[in-house]
Design a protein around this ligand. Structure first.
Ligand SMILES: [Zn+2]
Length: 291
């Protein structure tokens, strides 16, 4: 597929996922059949984001079909997206069990299937038996949709109200980081270090779309703040700007998390600062080849 077309379809899928509108479903279903695996992956992720808004009967069968996509990352997003439809995804449980037990499936997909099975099964149990779970914060009873939503995001049980509060609290932590941003990149983005400025300028001059220090990106219950995220390629960039012991431990933990989740991570270290743009370009090229 032409790079330009792929880029615009990718952006469209992301936009539709953010729209919060059930009307976006038919177009996303179309995009999920694209010949580009990147477009299919983003469309699948977007369908997951519309859980609670879209009609499950329109989406769950499509996501179930995507469990057989030839590309492992498309399957991964389908596995995760199904869990956000909670009890409505019960029809996919059989296929998810097959994936979790398939020795030739990627390890991260097997692990994600196990997690999705647990969420969907429990959401179904809550619905069927009208069994109740209590919010861990306010102790109010929650329904099966709240269960699926909070378990997928935080691996904790929160009612919708407390879910939003937890989100906000993490955001407040982020404002502190915001105050440390004092260096201005060419496009006006405020960044925290010289290294980040070089990265930001490089991405801009290469016309690569990126999000810098996005407030919250959830990798299966862990809220991580990647330095840069490139939505077109689903690639994360972390710039490790310090060398203290604490920082190194944090760095290793974070790297392991990316690895476990099968995420594409480009690690850049401040010792590479003099050739940062060149190193980034080289590492990025590997992910820019359509797979
Ligand atoms: Zn609550």
């Amino acid at each position: 597929m032409d790079r330009k077309i792929e880029k615009s379809l990718s952006a469209r899928a992301v936009e539709l996922g953010k729209s919060g509108k059930a009307e976006a479903v038919p177009e996303l279903v179309g995009l999920a059949k694209s010949s580009s695996c990147n477009v299919r992956r983003l469309a699948t992720s977007a369908l997951g984001k519309l859980a609670g808004i879209a009609n499950s009967a329109d989406v769950v069968p499509v996501l179930s079909g995507l469990l057989r996509d030839p590309h492992p990352q498309v399957r991964q997003y389908a596995i995760k997206a199904l869990s956000s439809y909670g009890a409505d995804s019960a029809t996919a449980l059989h296929d998810l069990h097959d994936i979790s037990a398939n020795p030739s499936e990627k390890e991260y997909n097997r692990a994600d299937s196990v997690r999705s099975i647990a969420i969907i099964s429990e959401a179904r149990r809550i619905r069927e038996e009208q069994a109740s779970h209590k919010c861990q914060k306010c102790r109010l009873s929650i329904n099966s949709d709240e269960y699926a939503r909070s378990m997928k995001a935080f691996q904790r049980i929160y009612c919708d109200k407390c879910f939003d509060e937890v989100f906000l609290k993490r955001r407040n932590f982020d404002t502190e980081v915001e105050l440390n941003k004092t260096i201005i990149a060419k496009d006006g983005t405020l960044v925290q270090s010289d290294g980040e400025r070089i990265i930001s300028d490089f991405l801009n001059s290469s016309s690569i779309e990126f999000r810098y220090d996005e407030r919250i990106r959830i990798i299966d219950g862990f809220a991580i703040r990647p330095d840069f995220y490139l939505p077109e390629f689903d690639v994360y960039i972390e710039y490790w700007g310090m060398d203290t012991a604490d920082y190194k431990i944090g760095m290793l933990k974070k790297q392991k998390l990316y690895q476990q989740e099968g995420k594409k991570l480009i690690s850049l270290h401040f010792s590479e600062k003099s050739r940062l743009a060149e190193t980034l370009g080289k590492k990025l090229r590997r992910y820019m080849v359509a797979d």
